[in-house]
Structure formats: C-alpha cells, structure tokens
Write a protein that binds this ligand. Structure first.
Ligand SMILES: [Zn+2]
Length: 584
C-alpha cells in the first residue's frame, strides 16, 4: 500500500530556520561523524579519522541504480532536429517584454502556517519558508537505522521481509535511487548527499516500536521521548535533515508503513530545531523518501486529500495531480514544474508570467537539457495561479508531439484539501481548452515542446474567494485528545482486539463496517464513558472473506460530547473463513 502519510501542515507548526549548507562529499573533504557512509558521484565514501581531522576516504565504486522514471521524454541525441529550434524561435512567440513581471506570479500562499518564531511561512507560495534549502545546490541528510523488538533493522539477509535481501541491503539500494531521483527531477540543479550511521551506532531497542502506523498520529513526540530519555547526546549538527528508519518488517508483517516529516526541538542542533523524517517500514520505496524530503528540505505541501488518507483510502490515481506529482502520489518520480519553481530549480527565464494580456503566445519545453521555458504561470489573483506545462506525447494519441497540461494552484485551499488540481486530459496540437477566464490553443508541437496561445476571455472567470478563517478544529497536535500508539490485531475466531494508548478522552465509540459498505455494521460498542489508558476494546462478530473498516471515535467529554477525534483503520484486512485468522 502506498501511504505517504505526512503531516506537514501539522508538523510545520513547530518548525523553523535554515541550516547551513555543506561541502560536497568527496575524497579528502571534511566530514562530521566517524563511520558514516555517503554516496556521491557513483562512489560510496566512509568518514574516517585522519590525524586529528575527520575526512572522507577515497571511496569505492557502487553500481549505479537504474535512473528513476521521470515524466521527461527519452531523447536520443539524433532526434534533436531543427524542428525544435523552429518552434522555440517561432516569430509568433510573445517577447519577454510583453510578459508580466515574474514577481507577480511568485505569489504568496493565502493559507500560510505559523512557524515557531511566530512568522508566517508560505507552504505553497513565495517567499519560501526560512528553514528550506530552496534555491540551494545541495543538502546533507543522515540516516539513523532503528531496530525495535517488533520491527527490526538488520543486515541479516534471512530475516528480511522480502527475498534474500537485508534491511541494510535495501537501504544501500534505495539511497542511490533517491540521489538519482533528485538529480533527474532537478535537471542536475540539486544534489542530495545521504550518509548512514555505521552499525555500531544504530539505535537498537529491546522494546516495541513507539511509532503508530495509523495515519495522522505524529511521530515526533515519540522520537522526542527517546532523545530525552535514551539518546541525550545525539547530535543533529551538520545535517539539513536526519531520517530515522526502521526495517521493512518481518516476513508476513503488513500495514506497518508510515512515513512522515516533522520538526522537533534539540539543543544539539545548529538552530535549536531539527528537521526530521521518519521512514517506518517504508525503506525500499525511493519515491516516498523523495516525498518526505520534499517536506523536510523544501517545505512542500501534501497534494493528496487528507480525507482519503485518514479513511485508509488510496486517492484517485487517475486525477491529473496524482499522475504528475509525487507530493500527491508516491508511485512515480514526477514533480509539477510549479513545485520545481518553489524548490528553486527553475531559473527566471524558465518561467513565463502573464496576468492581464489579451493574447500571448509561448513556447514551452520539457527537454531536460534545454534552458527554454518550462512553465507558464497565469496570475488569476494574489495566491491563485493557472499553470501550463508540457508532457510527452503518447503512442495512443492520434497526433504526435508533446501535450499541454493545465492545472490550478489555489492557495486559499490548504494542504490536504487539494490546493493543486491538474486536469486529467492533456491537449495536443490543434486542440484547445477554456477555463477560468482563459482559453489555451495548442498551435504546434514536436517531441520536445509546443507553442501555446493564451487568450483572456470573459467566460467562467475566476472569482476571488473570501479568506477563510483558519480552522480551529482539532488536529492531533493541538487536540486535548492525544493518541500515542494504537494496535489492531486479529485474535482468531472472527475476533480482534484494539489497543489504544490515548489520553484526554472521557468517552469513546468503536464500530466495524464493511470496507465497501458503511451501512453493513458488524460490531458496535455504542458510546461508552471511559478515560482508560491504555484502552483495550475486544471486537467480535467479524465477517470472513470481506474487508472491514474499524472506526474509533474519542470524545473529550462524557456521553460523546465535546471535541471529537476519529480514526479509521483497515489493518485487519480480510479474515479467512477457516478460523477467522488473517490470511497471509
Ligand atoms: Zn507528505
């Protein structure tokens, strides 16, 4: 199951400030922690002590991982014909002097979040939040492997969750893929270096993992507790983000995946605050790593609907945004050009800005080696942008050549409620699309780009929304009700047990329905008054061969009154009809 469950809107509230940037990893260059390893330029380096200094050793060559797939077309050198040059120098193209100043399109976010220092940060706009590495050429990450009794991290091939590979093997495989993804997505403008603590410094606990795998429960408090009680000397200094990773889980373990980005306070950091990423059971998924670093290093918003994630649903993958941006769906290594703009990966001449022009013509390219324009931004109002970029043609389209993707960035809508919406249809040469007071005509196209005409109309004009009050409704960080951990286990014979480490509640209700039919209720507690912690609820009467959804509601007052916190869970999966145990 792909779940990139991150609470950036929540975790960012306690964030801030940038870290310094660092020298690249290369032989002889200084490093921070003896024993850590880093991969750069196709070599794996180890930080060693040389005299009184810490330096990178000469490194050993690593096999290059297959480049992650991207949205860019594969172009062989011979294909770069003059056709492209003809399109990019077409006389109909509006000169830069006929465009709007790019600062107008570098629009603010109308639903900014508050940083710890009280300043507002623009998750989906400009200027970029102060802690990010937006516009910098590199960032440095440390990975801390963590082993728990129920969720080990091991270099033992026989214990791994899948095949004859160990957790360490998987980590060593995922890192070059993450490095390569950043390189490709940024068109070589950004280099991430990822170091791993040596085995002697792994975090090994003889307790179970304190990290809940239920969506919406922040991991930072559990990490803070570990740091305060057991790892007082751990230092975040010298790293832009520290990633805490468990193994992928034992064979047969399911639903243990939870990736998050967060911030916590630490005296042992460059700024007093540490940017962290949690990879709980998601070790082998490079794009999920990139997604989390999208939050922790660049302050990007989540673009998938939180309502789906909270209900344990997979978001609609056919929607345009999920197809084209890994902040909406972590299946493929794609990023919309708008996000690359926020990340500082587009030069000013790669973005065109219009606002009031009656008619303009633009050449847009998706050739990664071209310095030509990649993104057309239409400023509809402060905080709201209509954007156009180029995607490859498709074998199934009748007309060859590149196609136009249109999307809106409406920053009046918050992270988690789909601030970015991309159309699921792409437009080919000769086609046109009207939306929000603009008509786009694709005049011509080739394999590397297209010419698009943008005409301002009076039809279906964008109406500036009135600013919404910030929601005061509970989020896990501000709620009176705090969930530290939850577990839902089948106990055989069509029974299960839900265990909640929860405080701040005076009553609760738990019910079980069919995953595909909420009207089909298999179990129901009704509202019960209890402030127990841990709260153990025995469930019976479960069906077999049918997926169920377990909904638990906690209330801050007795009899279902007061603030309400709801959690949906599908971890039980489908029970076997033999004896009610979970199918493997
Ligand atoms: Zn996320």
């Amino acid at each position: 199951m792909t779940r990139s469950r991150v609470l950036i809107a929540l975790v960012m509230c306690i964030s801030l400030v940038s870290g310094p940037s660092f020298a690249a990893v290369k032989a002889g260059a200084t490093c921070t922690k003896a024993g850590v390893t880093a991969t750069a330029g196709g070599k794996k380096f180890t930080c060693i002590k040389s005299g009184s200094k810490l330096v990178w050793n000469k490194g050993v060559a690593v096999k290059k991982a297959a480049p992650a797939p991207t949205s860019s077309a594969t172009i062989s050198p011979g294909q770069k014909t003059e056709t492209r040059n003809l399109l990019s120098s077409d006389p109909r193209i509006t000169p830069v002097s006929g465009l709007t100043n790019l600062d107008i399109c570098k629009t603010e976010d109308k639903t900014p979040y508050t940083q710890a220092d009280g300043t507002l940060a623009h998750g989906n706009g400009f200027p970029r939040p102060s802690f990010t590495v937006s516009g910098k050429k590199s960032a440095k990450v440390l990975v801390v492997p963590m082993a728990f009794r129920n969720l080990p991290f091991t270099d033992d091939k026989n214990q791994a969750g899948s095949g004859s590979t160990s957790d360490l093997d998987q980590l060593n495989k995922v890192i070059p893929a993450v490095v390569e993804s950043f390189r490709t997505l940024s068109r070589n403008k950004f280099e991430i270096s990822i170091e791993v603590l040596p085995k002697s410094q792994w975090w090994v606990f003889n307790t179970d993992s304190p990290f809940s795998t239920m969506w919406g429960v922040p991991h930072a408090p559990a990490l803070q507790k570990i740091l305060d009680e057991q790892k007082k000397d751990f230092s975040f200094k010298g790293y832009d983000t520290v990633a805490f990773a468990t193994g992928n889980g034992l064979l047969g373990q399911n639903n243990l995946t939870s990736a998050q980005a967060g911030f916590l306070q630490s005296k042992n950091s460059d700024t007093g605050n540490a940017s962290v990423v949690f990879m709980i059971g998601a070790l082998d998924r490079p794009i999920i790593w990139v997604h989390e670093f999208g939050h922790s290093l660049f302050g990007l918003d989540d673009l998938y609907p939180f309502s789906d994630a909270a209900a344990g649903r997979r978001s609609d993958r056919t929607s345009g945004t999920a197809l084209w941006d890994l902040m909406a769906d972590s299946s493929e290594a794609n990023l919309l050009e708008w996000n690359k703009f926020l990340m500082g990966w587009l030069d000013n001449n790669e973005v065109r800005c219009i606002a009031e022009q009656k008619s303009t013509v633009h050449y847009l390219t998706n050739d990664p080696s071209s310095k030509g324009p990649k993104l057309l931004t239409v400023n509809l109002s402060p905080g709201v942008t209509l954007a156009a970029e180029v995607k490859p043609g498709s074998a199934s389209t009748v007309i060859d050549g590149s196609r136009l993707l249109l999307y809106t960035i409406n920053s009046y809508i918050e992270s988690g409620s789909e601030p970015v919406v991309a159309l699921s249809t792409l437009y080919s040469k000769g086609e046109s699309k009207s939306m929000l007071g603009w008509t786009f005509n694709v005049l011509d196209s080739d394999d590397n780009g297209l010419l698009v005409e943008a005409i301002k109309t009076d039809v279906d004009k964008f109406v500036i929304p009135s600013p919404k009050p910030r929601p005061t409704q509970s989020t896990p960080l501000t709620s009176k009700i705090k969930i530290e951990k939850s577990e839902l286990l089948s106990t055989g014979s069509f029974k299960a047990r839900a265990t909640w480490n929860v405080t701040g509640h005076e009553s609760y209700r738990l019910f079980v329905v069919a995953a595909d039919d909420a009207q089909k209720v298999f179990f129901e507690t009704g509202i019960r008054n209890s402030s127990q912690n841990p709260l153990v609820i025995e469930i019976s009467g479960l069906p077999c061969n049918r997926e169920v959804r377990v909904t638990t509601m906690f209330f801050s007052e007795k009899n279902g009154q007061g603030e309400r916190l709801v959690r949906d869970n599908r971890d039980l999966g489908i029970l076997s009809c033999e004896d009610g145990t979970k199918k493997p």
